[in-house]
Design a protein around this ligand. Sequence first.
Ligand code: WT7
Length: 649
Amino acid sequence: MSASTVYPSKAEIIQHSFLDEQKYQDLYRQSITEPEKFWAEHAQRLDWFKPFSKVKDTSFHAPDVHIRWFEDGYLNVSHNCLDRHLEHRGDQTAIIWQGDDPSEHKHISYRELHTAVCRFANVLKAQGVAKGDVVTLYMPMIPETAVAMLACTRIGAVHSVVFGGFSPEALASRILNGRSKLVITADEGLRGGKTIPLKANVDAALTRSDLDMVEKVIVVKRTGVDVGWREGRDICYQEAMAQASDDCPAEVMNAEDPLFILYTSGSTGAPKGVLHTTGGYLTYVSLSHQYVFNYREGDVFWCTADFGWITGHSYVLYGPLSNGATTLVYEGVPNYPDLSRFWRIVEQHKVNLFYTAPTAIRAIMAAGDELAQAADSSSLRVMGSCGEPINPEAWEWFYRVVGDSRCPIMDTWWQTETGGIMITPIAGVNDLKPGSATRPFFGVQPALVDNEGNEISGAGEGNLIIKDSWPAQMRTVYGDHDRFVKTYFSTFTGAYFTGDGARRDEDGYYWITGRVDDVINVSGHRMGTAEVESALVSHPKVAEAAVVGYPHAIKGQGIYVYITLNVSEAPTDALKEELRQWVRKEIGPVASPDVIQWAPGLPKTRSGKIMRRILRKIAADEHDNLGDVSTLADPSVVDELIANRVGAP
Ligand code: WT7
């Protein structure tokens, strides 16, 4: 095990922390030994219309897996994020919106946000949206997206946000899965000075004949460009808002009523609709937002994630607003107009707590220290990272150059499925080790098991499982509870399997080693290799495809593709480009292959299973160390692939 540098918290951080090491230990122990007591107490941070009497009813034992928290309590998410703040902080800024163009920004107070949400909730109602209906959002990073999400929660509709970078095909399959009658979008998105044709993509998706359940499309005017318009179906957001009443009482929701669906990739099949519910989710994201980042009254919190990902749900919107924070919503990208953009925004809006992804840090780091030092980031107090392992070099650069060796970095491990942060430092409490997500948050019981499911004690490495439920856990795969049970609770009996591997050191710190399944993580975007393969084999010239991740300096992992063409096809560079475009069209730009290698044959076992382990080694240029190849049907295939390996960009 490599010895690593330890970074203790600085005195000024410790001084303002809510906890110290002893208090963390005590609270953590209580959260595990008396979860009902712990969570009953911490759920009081929310306003409940009707208090709960039951705290936890959960089982991880297949086939009867069920997860229920606060099941007889009633509350409303938008009430907790807005109404209850009006009396004391109605005029405080809820959202600082920073446009893609540096000169464009605005402040929206809690009162203004509340009014907009009530109005839009009435717009939704007028279109026939009722409690339990699924509403699909395909939106840019603009305040109207927050308004739409909160308005759904106000009337008990279930939002399903689809990332604006996904293709019409990917959008269509998500609309279909949720059977949405209503889609909300914008004319265009704006990122890095470039426009994204969101409305045109929605129109393209809705040409599919199986999407005729979509009755209405609400379109926010963002750039004001002319877009195609279907009379009777399309509704202008601004016009509808101007006519709507701003009086809309919050629907009384059961704690276990669905709150949102968010699609994420797994190792097999189409993306799964991860379903989160109301009371447990909000309790957990509220508590974790406050403790992990040491959020204090008056702080400006900026999480750079898009609303289209879980981080955008939990830590741009629901965590911060439930705590009455000022949350910054940024429309653009880290490198526009140049790579100093993040720090210019920090300087301009005096950001105190800053939460981003390793891929952004690596890209900015590559541009050198001068750009990072071009702006004043002395307002920063605590910083965070999530989405993929952060390499120690990037960690140390972030700490030293951006945080001026003053701000601790919260390396937070979690997943779409977990709803909130699971393994993480707590600002001012624990010493940090670059590259380690450190220790479990309250209520989280991680464990390491070997492939047979035997628990590993003390220091060691294995598959990362979670032994008992926490309030923000996903409740099911939307419409497919069997898939939920199979995917997460059938690999290791009685435990939630994360799909990640991890190492635990002598101090009990966790080091996430990456996915142990066929899921890759490209610039923090999670993707199933099977999804990319299925897009590729749907191309008429492709006979077979195998997709693996390989180490990429900026993206963390890049996409390496091995293609077997139909016998009559010639392998040309033009065809490589055609295949890249094909994948962009099928899934979206995030899935575009970095490297394509023509593979006349793929390494298979005698039973015909592709040996991806070997393909991963070749892609990573580690073919000196292929491991056991005795089960290969035709070993010569491997030599041929090594000889024709494509140098990775
Ligand atoms: C996968 C989940 C963090 C929420 C947004 C991504 C990887 C996430 C870390 C971290 C190492 C990490 C895991 C996980 N991951 N955070 N701090 N260190 N790996 O959610 O898209 O559902 O992806 O991201 O592999 O399983 P997601």
